[in-house]
Design a binder for this molecule. Sequence first.
Ligand code: KG4
Ligand code: ZN
Length: 348
Amino acid sequence: MATVLAIETSCDETAVAIVNNRQVCSSIVASQISVHQLYGGVVPEVASREHLATINEAIAKALQKAELDWEKIDGIAATCAPGLVGALLVGITAAKTLAMVHNKPFLGVHHLEGHIYATYLSEPSLNPPFLSLLVSGGHTSLIYVKDCGIYETLGETRDDAAGEAFDKVARLLKLGYPGGPVIDKLAQVGNPQAFPLPEGKVSLPGGGYHRYDASFSGLKTAVLRLVQQLEKDNQQVPVADVAASFQETVARSLTKRAIACALDYGLDTISVGGGVAANSGLRKNLQAAAAEHNLRVLFPPLKFCTDNAAMIGCAAAEHLSRGHKSPLTLGVESRLALTQVMKLYQFI
Ligand code: KG4
Ligand code: ZN
């Protein structure tokens, strides 16, 4: 049993949470979206400065909401990779400072391990092995979860991440940033069969297609061509139909690959994590296909799909209870494979 104060600043949310094992005591998320919307995407330097301005207040609020003082906290954690280097530095420096001042162990956490752990917050009895479909703004992977810290990547996108595709398509439809939630909303009133779009198959050198890998950049280009053609023909772009057709294609592609992977590896549970796990089309498609194949599919609550610190605290609490901690010399990394997670820890 471990209670952890966790900080997440890998992108554009300043988040602090206190988690007792798989139970959330408090979770504060200060979103910077309105600042970055002016630029149509996240500006790294601006993100770092916003984190600096917000972090102390977020820490104070998390402690206040959990009604806990430092004595009850067993460890301090922060996301250390992957993410925006300047943004990560703010969170990790705050966490290391608190660890030193209060004489607590410090834990650096891999952001994607956090997204895997988000499911435990609503399914505390879930335990590996299971398949994790990670779909965020920066990553799209199928991960064989073997144990805490032990992961194997079975499939991934060859180019754009699923969330990135949503954001790029939203931009070309002039829907603003971030694209996922607005496309999701529009798709509910559009016709998903209106436009056939390519699913993003990855060819194998010997012929045929990869069963688990996907490619979303061709899909994004297909949407661009479709919009350009409609404009050339002086037709009004039926934005809701384009959004619905795009969302349906992404959902179908992810569902097909996740189901094939779970069946091939004999895994009966698929857990979904990352911002795109909030997508209603993906939820519907995957739930229907999983039921057909007698597989269990688990999604975190909506608020824990997108970036938050509760998922980071949940991962850190498990590492800490297994005697793992990070050296105070640990730095941040813009990229780090999930298979390298155990390099972040030494045994207490
Ligand atoms: O996990 P996340 O908050 O940050 C990263 O680790 O990248 O994911 C953010 C991504 C963005 O690309 C956003 O457009 C997408 O998740 N997203 C969604 C939805 N909500 C957020 N995509 C599709 N449908 C949604 N409802
Ligand atoms: Zn994320």
